[in-house]
Design a protein around this ligand. Sequence first.
Ligand code: GDP
Length: 358
Amino acid sequence: SLTLGIVGLPNVGKSTLFNALTKNDVLAANYPFATIEPNVGVVELPDPRLNRLADIFGSQRILPATVSFVDIAGIVKGASEGAGLGNKFLANIREAEAICQVVRVFADDDVVHVDGRVDPLGDIEIIETELILADIQTLEKAVPRLEKEAKKNKELKPQHEEAIKAQAVLDEGDTLFSKKSTLDFGLLRELNLMTTKPFLYVFNADESVLTDDAKKQELRDAVAPADCVFLDAKVESELIELEPDEAQELLDSIGQDEAGLDSLARVGFHTLGLQTYLTAGPKEARAWTIPQGATAPQAAGVIHSDFERGFIKAEIVSFADLDDAGSMAEAKSRGKVRMEGKDYVMADGDVVEFRFNV
Ligand code: GDP
């Protein structure tokens, strides 16, 4: 499954956040036979629509979609030169589809900052610079190789030219992702460059910042268009130990609408370019994960590859229409249930039943 790799400078709260992510333990509850790597934390994507579907269909259980985070230890200044765990770190990052950087915003004199001051944007730049330098190194080797190969094989010419374009972007100090619209990532894919990955920033803040909308907007603007989340990692590690009503009380007391892990799941899902569709029956109400823009047969393939191969039609009602109608029968009699064919692009909140040949 697609993962976000957690990175960040030392002492910013990565372990604290990661512990909260792993303790939350949703896989163990819902998928008892799944094997979970020790460095992977899985969170559920909160989706109240599933509770409503379970009511309508009398479903016995609810299976939300999940988002996975991988703990990638050890980025330090100089990682791109192989300092510390540098090389291993870079290899691990290449495996993740998106990069989730934990950034320290909380002030606490008892927790040493590596550079002696709390400076979120400065920290972001340090990590970004290491990743840019690593990509520059990759391209310093790849470009001459591609040039040589392109002389023999004309088909590699576009790849060579794109690699040179990418070099120019990095030389300006920009990430490749920030120039996504001007680059062909397909031609660069094989090079496995790090700054083509989307970023999500987790601002680890205390209550004074979490309730300061102006300060949050300032940070949000500074990293836009990248995604970001504000949370207090220490509070998150307390929240997961509490019963739901106690957790709600704690959230209320610090002026938060929802748990930080819930926001993180939602935003992480977006960063990865994913969306869900829903199925429901007497056994379960369930959310299925698909890439944004997936067609109906591709969506069916997530349930079972046979469903994609033998796809005939999808019977679809939007969650909002089904919710209004209160039952499938009523939704049908209101003309809200559609038959969609193989070219249909799935919309968020589609409630689906597939028709297929086996
Ligand atoms: P890591 O090195 O990035 O993994 O950071 P840790 O998770 O080990 O956190 C470093 C220290 O900061 C620990 O003493 C944590 O208890 C503390 N810490 C983490 N998050 C917060 C936070 O949100 N607020 C405060 N005040 N301290 C935190």
